[in-house]
Every structure is written in C-alpha cells, then in structure tokens.
Design a binder for this molecule. Structure first.
Ligand code: KIV
Ligand code: ZN
Length: 506
C-alpha cells in the first residue's frame, strides 16, 4: 500500500479566504488539532505578508510537535528570510517558495521572460537549501503552463536542491484527465524527478478539486495539499476530509493510505467552522448535518434492515455519532415506530397507528419533526399533559455599570413560582431565575437569534438547545422583545424535558 503525505494548508491558503481570518491564538489551537488529526505538514502562514502572519507561524513552529512546519515565500530573499526567522524553532522546517510559470502570469503579472523566471526560481531554491530541512517549489498556475517549460524549471530547481515539487491548479480550471496527463508526463519527462516528491494542490472553482487531487495521486503525486472544510482562495481548495475518506472508502481501487486519524475528522471540521464562524453546509460530504441523515421511508426501511443499503461509510468512522433517522413528511411507519421505541415510549400497535396519523399531518406542515414533537404526539395519544410551565412575568435590570439581575414568575399548573437571580448578562440572569423557579438545572448549549420580520419593530425568533440530565432539548420563542423571546425559548425546552420524563415508560 502506497502512503500519501497530507500537507494541510488551512492556515495559509485557507486563511486567505474572505471571512476566514483567525487570531494567533486560534491558529495555534487549530494547529495543535491538525497534529492530533495526523497531518504530515502544516503550512502555518505567509510570514512576510504581515507581523500577524509572522507571529502565528512562529508560535506554531515553536510549540506544535509532530508535523513538519512550512512557511510560504515568493521567490525572493526577503520572503525566504522571513519564513526562516519565523519557523526556525520547528522540529522540521520546510520552505514553500513559488513563482508563476504560465504564459499569462509571466507576461502580465510578473512581466518576466521564461528565462528570468527559471533564473529566479533556481536562485531562491539555492539560497534556501541550507537554511531549511526541506524546500518545496511551486510553479504557480502550473496546470496552465506549457509542459516543456514545466519540465525545464522542475529539473532546474531539483538540481538546485528542491525536495518537493508542487504543481498547483491555481485557478481550478483543469479537468481530472488533464491533471492525470500532466502528472504522468512530468514523471516520464523530468530526468531527476525521483529525487523529489511530486505534490498536487487544487482549487475548486469548477468543483473538481478532490477529483483532480485523486487523479494526480494516481499519476505520481506523493503529497496532496488540502484544507479542512475545503477553505481557500475563491471556491477553496480540495477538502482534506473528502480526500481522506475517498481514499479510505475506495481502498480497493486506490490502494493508498495516509497518516490521518479519520475519527478526528468531524471534530476538526467542526472546530474550524466554529473558529471562523462559517457554518458547514448541511449537504457537505463527510461533515455536513445531512451526510448521515436519512429521511425517506424507503431509505429508512433499507437502513433499518442493513445500513449498507444506503451508507458507504459509517458516521463513527469519521468521529460522528450514529446515523440519524430524520423524521419528516417522507418517513414511513418503520422509522416512526423505531423512534417511538428509542424514546422509551410504551405505545400499543394501535396507539402507534393513531400517533403516526397525527405525525404525518404535522410533518406536512413542518420541515422536520423533532423528538419533542413525537413526545408531544405520544402524550396526546396517551391522554397526558404536554405543557407544564408558562412565563407569567419577568423583569430585568442591566447596564454597563450594573450586575444584570432578573426576576421571573413562572406558572406551574395553577400555582406561580417567583425567583430572582443574577448572571453575566440579562439573558443568563433570566435563565438562572427560570432554573430556580422550576427546580430544573439546564445548561445552555446553543443560542441563536433571527429577525423574522424587518425594520426596527422586527420580531426576533430565538432558538435554544438546552442540556438537561445529559440530553438535549430544543426550544423556540418569538417576540419583538428579544429578552421575552429568549425566556420563552428556554421555557419551551424545559417543557419538552418535562414531557419526555412524563411520557417515558408510558
Ligand atoms: O494556488 C496556488 O497556486 C498556491 C501556491 C502558492 C501554491 O496557493
Ligand atoms: Zn492555492
């Protein structure tokens, strides 16, 4: 089995993407996680570009053990010196230097002749060879460069001391067959190519980045440059998690391995999404919310008989929890019955039949039916109460010079329970007071607020996820007063918790 080196560029190419900027601390924390994930090389940044980039690369180089630490430089001494000064503390250092080689870049961007480009590249690599353990050279826009020119420059920089040659599809223009041809041609026409590792770096402008990476690997690349969640310039880079799982799931076809611990993929992807505040699209392969969710009745039936009918990999293999059977309008009785049993509800077959009819009419009106809805339906079929707490009154004092304090009165059946509490902010004070009034201790796991109408009088909709006794409960509340909406959402989650306690076991 051949092993491919994974070069992670989330912190360099990825961080260059609009909206993906990170603080030094965030870059460092993420680099530690990349080491746990098992990447071979971390490209920490572009040190010459700013003091922030320099410091972040330095912090990573000095503290992250395991992976090789790389820094990016144009083919000029000033950039190379900056990389050296910032990453010299690493266990193993790598300079990544580049210069464009396509006719359009040489003529319009560099305003250099091909001879001058070769001369610059060789000078840069020669200058760097004794400063760094490894030197990587990238002919930028390589896949739109003339093949004969590529052979020439690659041979020259390997002679000058380059240990890795990375041929980037800088503008995401090339198709998998073409990339395969470029890589096999380089392998066959550059006489000293055996003295370097060939690498691939693909942008996703036409959605081909992972496919192109696989094509390059199958034609000689020994290193793949990728980023978590596929972040990077414009449409991004090849997504690390997609490439790794394509190799893992189709080992029969590729016979290629990596050092990545796939069980860390989900966590790492989520961590990045939180750091850069960029949600993972629901349908994103491997880490999206829907990647292991099944809604249609036919799919759910198949999954319940044998998960391989609709799953080519397990969620556990990428560090996720078990597959989700999502209940919605396309679901069937099989999936519904299974969920009723999982929730510990003791309904007879006849009661399940009745509950299923109610469920179908609710599913017609709602995008997704949650566990709490099922509990409510089951409660009504069993003739049990579904509403326990109501917000009767609340008052909050807050300000930049006051400790936020809230008083709430909650109606519990026909009685009222009133409590006061302080918190870090007004919402936290309200939630603490509600906890006291209901005697339930909830931990707020998620809090989202949306304006559902526009203008100054907009209605705010608050949705929360509250952890109680190790289980999550959703709640929603809306009002023109965001504090009231927040209180209602929290009480909604507590009501759902009470429902599940009351209805469990019949
Ligand atoms: O896409 C690209 O060409 C790059 C180089 C610096 C390798 O990111
Ligand atoms: Zn790039």
């Amino acid at each position: 089995m051949r092993k491919i080196q994974i070069f992670d560029t989330t912190l360099r190419d990825g961080e260059q993407a609009p909206g993906a900027a990170m603080t030094i601390e965030q870059k460092y924390e993420f680099a530690l996680q990349l080491a746990r994930l098992g990447v071979d090389i971390i490209e920490a940044g572009f040190p010459v570009s700013s003091p922030h980039q320099f410091e972040a690369s330095k912090r990573i180089a000095e503290n992250v053990k395991g992976p090789v630490i790389a820094g990016l430089a144009r083919s000029v001494e000033k950039d190379i010196d900056a990389v050296y000064e910032s990453i010299k503390g690493a266990e193993t250092t790598r300079l990544h230097t580049f210069i464009a080689t396509s006719p359009i870049h040489m003529e319009y961007k560099l305003k250099m002749t091909p001879d001058q480009v070769v001369e610059n590249a060789v000078k840069a690599v020669s200058y760097a060879r004794n400063k760094f353990a490894q030197v990587e050279f990238s002919p930028e826009d390589g896949t739109r460069s003339e093949l004969d020119f590529l052979y020439r420059i690659i041979e020259a920089v390997i002679d000058a001391g380059a240990t890795v040659i990375n041929v980037p599809d800088t503008v995401g223009y090339t198709m998998p067959d073409e990339i395969g041809h470029i890589f096999s041609s380089i392998m066959n026409n550059v006489p000293n190519i055996d003295k370097a590792i060939l690498s691939t770096h693909n942008h996703n402008d036409l959605g081909m980045a992972v496919a192109n990476t696989l094509a390059a690997i199958n034609n000689g690349a020994g290193q793949a440059e990728v980023s978590l969640n596929g972040i990077g310039e414009r449409a991004g880079n090849a997504a690390l998690e997609e490439l790794v799982m394509a190799l893992n799931v189709r080992k029969d076809l590729h016979e290629i391995d990596t050092n990545i611990d796939a069980k860390q993929l989900f966590y790492t992807s989520k961590m990045l999404s939180t750091i850069i505040a960029s949600p993972i699209p629901r349908n994103k392969p491997i880490t999206g919310a829907n990647a292991f969710a099944h809604e249609s009745g036919i799919h759910q039936h198949g999954m319940l008989s044998n998960r391989e009918t609709y799953e080519i990999m397990t969620p556990e293999s990428v560090g996720r929890e078990a597959s989700e059977i999502v209940l919605g309008r396309h679901s069937g009785l099989h999936g519904f019955t299974k969920r009723i049993k999982e929730l510990g509800l003791a309904l007879s077959d006849e009661q399940i039949g009745t509950a299923f009819k109610v469920f179908l009419s609710l599913a017609d009106r709602k995008k997704e039916v949650f566990d709490e809805d099922i509990l409510q339906i089951a409660g009504s079929v069993l003739g049990k109460k579904s509403h326990f707490y109501d917000l009767d009154y609340f008052n909050v004092t807050s300000g930049n010079a006051a400790i936020p304090t809230a008083t709430v009165r909650i109606k519990v059946k026909d009685e009222a329970s009133e409590e006061a509490a302080t918190g870090d902010g007004p919402i936290s004070a309200i939630y603490q007071a509600i906890d006291k009034a209901t005697g339930i201790t909830g931990k707020l796991e998620e809090y989202h607020v949306n304006a559902v109408t526009s203008g100054k009088q907009a209605i705010g909709e608050v949705s929360v996820v509250v952890l109680i006794d190790g289980k999550q409960y959703n709640g929603k509340g809306s009002s023109t007063d965001i504090l009231k909406a927040s209180a209602r959402a929290y009480i909604g989650a507590l009501n759902r918790f009470k429902l599940s306690v009351e209805n469990a076991g019949g």
